[in-house]
Design a protein around this ligand. Structure first.
Ligand code: SF4
Length: 328
């Protein structure tokens, strides 16, 4: 058994100071993923830095039309917040479609974004996994890969990202706020999470010792509508087989703003840039939506057991975009 130190910190500066020079340190928010991985032996931190007492648990309107969500805002509070429900329903719907009430009451916004893949081989220490042990191989490529990626995967990893919230944040063009040894910085959420390439052990652009302090949602055009839909193996408490988050703003039937992101298909939420480009500035019909979605999914390379995901994603996107563009 490996001893683990526990430190509760009172400021972001103190958190950074405790983390400095300790690559095995981990920040502890809700712990709903980290503690599970510790029990499995996948994560083996030497110190847990409890950040739940930091003043990062607020949702604020700075007054410029944006919304700032603190890193430790609980998922339940985020989904229930009146401004989120009114202006960013896609985010509320995505959060409520994930996990259970009990987990959402504990899990934090930043933790949700940083959660790790649920690839069963990643969680099984007896199997090769490049994400857990770089260079060891990938058991999923020739194994049971029904839940794995169809877009953006590599010969090194075919895992998917499990977060629903992250898919909505991608469609909303959220910005991640970080503080680290080199000071504060921001990263667009669409770039924050990586594709696996030849370094699947690196999930995000977060740097050693950096702490997410919050997320900023940009203002949406007035009248923009948004929606999240997800398919899964059972009606609740299951990860997405495929999901779609979309934001659409119409002006007299013409698409003036569109953002579409798929979940469950790739190592990170997959922004459907081809779909967006095909529909922006048009008056969409069922036929043009079909073409636009096909243009995106043409890049899919299914594995042995997951070609069904392409069909699911196509049908979900068609339904969501059809409903959002039917509004006048
Ligand atoms: Fe590991 Fe990725 Fe392969 Fe899963 S898909 S076994 S996480 S390398």
């Amino acid at each position: 058994m490996k001893p683990v130190a526990y430190v509760r910190v009172a400021s972001v500066g103190e958190a950074a100071a405790v983390h400095a020079g300790r690559p095995e340190a981990r920040y502890l928010g809700g712990g709903t993923n980290l503690v599970d991985l510790m029990k499995l032996g996948v994560e083996r931190p030497d110190v847990l830095i409890d950040i739940t007492r930091l003043p990062l648990d607020r949702i604020e309107e700075p007054g410029d039309g944006t919304l700032r969500i603190g890193a430790t805002v609980r998922n339940s509070d985020l989904a229930a917040h009146p401004v989120v429900r009114e202006r960013y329903p896609v985010l509320s719907q995505a959060v409520l479609s994930g996990a259970s009430d009990q987990l959402r009451n504990v899990a934090t916004t930043a933790g949700n974004l940083l959660q790790r893949t649920r690839c069963t081989y990643f969680q099984d220490l007896s199997r090769p996994c490049n994400k857990r042990v770089p260079g060891s191989g990938c058991a999923a490529i020739e194994g049971v890969n029904r839940d794995h990626a169809v877009l953006g995967h590599s010969p090194h990893c075919v895992a998917t990202h499990p977060s629903d919230l992250a898919v909505a944040l991608s469609a909303l063009d959220a910005v991640v706020e970080l503080v680290g040894p080199a000071g504060p910085r921001t990263v667009p959420v669409t770039e924050f999470q990586r594709l696996p390439k030849d370094r699947p052990d690196v999930d995000t652009l977060i740097r050693p010792g950096e702490l997410i302090t919050g997320l900023v949602l940009p203002a949406l055009p007035g009248g923009a509508a948004s929606r999240y839909r997800k398919t899964r193996d059972r009606a609740s408490f299951a990860f997405a087989l495929a999901s779609v988050a979309a934001v659409v703003h119409l002006e007299r039937g013409t698409v003036r703003h569109i953002a579409v992101a798929f979940g469950g298909l790739a190592h990170r939420p997959w922004r459907a840039r081809q779909t967006e480009a095909a529909l922006l500035g048009t008056t969409p019909s069922a036929a043009t939506i079909t073409q636009a979605v096909e243009a995106e999914l043409a890049a899919a390379v299914p594995l042995r057991h997951n070609a069904y995901k392409v069909t699911l994603a196509r049908d979900l996107a068609h339904e969501v975009l059809g409903s959002l563009t039917a509004r006048s």
